[in-house]
Design a protein around this ligand. Structure first.
Ligand code: DGT
Ligand code: CA
Ligand code: CA
Ligand code: ZN
Length: 597
């Protein structure tokens, strides 16, 4: 068994997906049922299938698993995929799997919608239904169309988490509208958005207002609102056009801090905090921190804190805990001892070390990217276009790289010719070099040696079995010229899980060879994520937070990376692009002793 160790649930999910896709594809009903039956049997099997296979056990002993299915599952463990699933997924758009989840749309109807209207996703279905094209199909009609529309909204509500960046962007105009409503004293973001999670389930807003009704109306009546889910005296919930749910609560000023603390969460942090209150004979709720009171009415007791968050933590003998740390990962003990880290701040970063120009698939030229970095006050920056293997990006071969360096030299000459002027970030010569399938790098050693900064990353063959993928990445990290491993897991939030990779082995190699691991700040990636960053630092790795910007606007994504790093408890010391240029250069040159400098 060379592949990934799949859980029973993961195996079952693949078989169920295969059954759904086959059914949409019009496969024989017997075959579809066989996959579904096997999925159920594997999901509920008490022993891990991985263990059954490891001890040479027979899968056909499981109810509903015949010879062919047993072979398919064995192949999954050996090769990381089921051939039949890959085959059908090449024919049938996977977006139809969302479509079949819509109440009233089974696989048969999904197939009709696909063939007749070209529907391949929930968005397509939504548009087709709004345009009245669903009702016009034979066997559908107005009633079904209305049901489909409501069903799409329902699937979206329960289905997806929304990326941090998308949530921020969607929220901004609403927040401004509520802030401008008459009688508003204060509006703040709470929930997972305030904690900086990579994705959010919904957005929680908290306000203090003399006229709560006006605040509620400002939200309800905003043009971006698609549906009002509920609206009362103290709470309004809406769903936006882009599917995000937003809850607004209005609370009395004396309770604001306690409510902000409560609705910021996380739930696990709140549970631990409330226990601390109980241990002190106190009661903590969204109304405040109280001594005495009775039953359901703690607020009849003596109020010790509640108007501001800081006061709530202080009254519990704690330092104020930054929201990104509130996940019950040891922050309460640290706040009690006064040992919370001095977390990285956005202003600590002195440069961005991963970005693309129009030499490969970026949209701006080097001078424009540099001007944008200068505006952001950076001391240094690196242009890191793609290497030649990524042909569709216009990746650079040595000849093109030499021409790019000539342009960098020209810019340096311009600088020298006009001293003074505005701030000018130092331009480092970088490249994002592809890790080839066998772990070799997509550029010759003599060229690698002449770069200031060598980023390596995986863009192809993301589906190799774990042992092979790990060996591939580790081999790349062993190359003496390599400085950064970019987007180490390859995950794309909401659309692609990370590669099968033994991250502990990767982190160990990165630490041993002086390679920094990236926290890619693109809101589509946030890779490494918070939990992985903690593991990396524990393994002795340094971290670089960079944007992988492909346009000037992408440079602003840095703050999502900072939020992720803060969630991982990172301080300036861990992050190489928070260091001075001198110290960074020593790290990049892998000079002995440089890391601790
Ligand atoms: P999300 O929306 O899934 O990304 O995550 P949150 O953390 O924003 O969760 P949400 O919106 O359900 O609730 C906001 C906060 O309210 C949550 O972080 C903590 C607090 N909260 C909600 N339900 C409970 C609960 O049952 N117990 C406690 N202690 N706190 C809760
Ligand atoms: Ca939330
Ligand atoms: Ca909520
Ligand atoms: Zn890149």
């Amino acid at each position: 068994m060379s592949g990934r160790r799949f859980s029973n649930a993961a195996v079952a999910a693949r078989l169920a997906r295969l059954a759904d896709l086959l059914e949409i594809d019009g496969a024989n009903a017997f075959r579809v049922r066989a996959y579904r039956g096997a999925a159920e049997s594997i999901e509920t099997h008490p022993e891990a299938i991985a263990d059954v296979l490891a001890r040479g056990g027979d899968l056909t002993a499981l109810k509903g698993v015949g010879k062919d299915l047993a072979a398919a599952v064995t192949t999954l463990f050996d090769d990381g995929e089921i051939p039949a699933l890959r085959e059908v997924a090449e024919r049938v758009p996977v977006g139809l799997l969302d479509v079949v989840r819509v109440p009233g749309v089974g696989p048969k109807r999904a197939a009709t919608l696909w063939r007749e209207l070209g529907v391949t996703s929930l968005d397509d279905l939504d548009r087709a239904a709004r345009a009245g094209r669903v009702a016009a199909l034979a066997g559908f009609g107005e009633k079904t169309q209305a049901k489909v529309l409501a069903g799409v909204a329902q699937v979206r509500r329960h289905g997806g988490r929304v990326r941090l960046g998308d949530a921020e962007a969607a929220l901004a105009p609403l927040l401004a509208a509520v802030r401008d409503a008459p009688g508003i004293a204060r509006v703040e973001v709470a929930g997972s958005l305030r904690r900086g999670r990579a994705t959010v389930g919904d957005v929680d807003l908290l306000a203090v207002a003399d006229q709560p009704a006006a605040a509620m109306a400002a939200l309800r009546e905003h043009p971006d609102v698609a549906e009002v889910l509920g609206s009362g005296d103290t709470k309004t919930s809406v769903r936006l056009e882009g599917d995000l749910q937003v809850d607004l609560r209005v609370v009395p000023a004396p309770s604001f801090g306690a409510a902000w603390q409560y609705f910021t969460g996380s739930k696990a942090h709140n549970v631990a905090l409330r226990q601390r209150a109980v241990d002190r004979g106190l009661r903590l709720s969204e109304y405040g921190l109280f001594r005495g009171g009775e039953g359901e009415h703690p607020e009849r007791g003596e109020r010790l804190a509640g108007a501001d968050e800081d006061g709530v933590y202080r009254a519990l003998g704690l330092a104020w805990v930054p929201p990104e740390l509130r996940e019950d990962r040891g922050e309460i003990a640290a706040a009690a001892e006064g040992s919370l880290p001095r977390l990285l701040e956005p202003s600590d970063l002195r440069g961005d070390l991963h970005m693309h120009s129009d030499w490969s698939d970026g949209t701006a030229d080097i001078r424009a990217m540099r001007a944008a970095c200068a505006e952001r006050g950076y001391a240094y920056m690196a242009i890191t276009d793609h290497s030649q293997a990524l042909r569709m990006t216009g990746g650079l071969d040595p000849e093109k790289l030499a021409r790019q360096w000539a342009e960098l030299d020209e810019i340096a000459a311009e600088d020298a010719a006009s001293p003074g002027g505005g701030p000018r970030p130092v331009l480092l010569r970088g490249l994002e070099v592809d890790i080839l399938k066998d772990g070799r790098l997509d550029l010759g050693d003599d060229w690698l040696a002449r770069l200031d900064l060598v980023i390596v990353s995986v863009h192809g063959h993301l589906d190799l079995p774990q042992a092979q993928q790990t060996e591939r990445v580790v081999r790349a990290l062993q190359h003496p010229e390599v400085n950064v491993l970019a987007h180490p897991t390859g995950r794309l939030l909401g659309s692609r899980e990370g590669m099968a990779l033994d991250l502990d082995a990767v982190f160990e190699a990165a630490a041993a060879h002086g390679v920094a691991v990236e926290c890619n700040a693109s809101p589509y990636r946030l890779d490494l994520g918070d939990v992985e960053l903690m593991r990396a630092v524990a393994a002795g790795c340094r971290v670089v937070i960079d944007t992988d910007a492909h346009a000037v606007a992408g440079l602003d994504d840095l703050r999502y990376g900072v939020a992720t790093a803060r969630r991982a408890w990172l301080a300036r010391e861990h992050v190489v692009n928070a260091w001075t240029l001198e110290r960074l250069r020593a790290f990049l040159a892998k000079r002995p002793g440089a890391v601790g400098a």
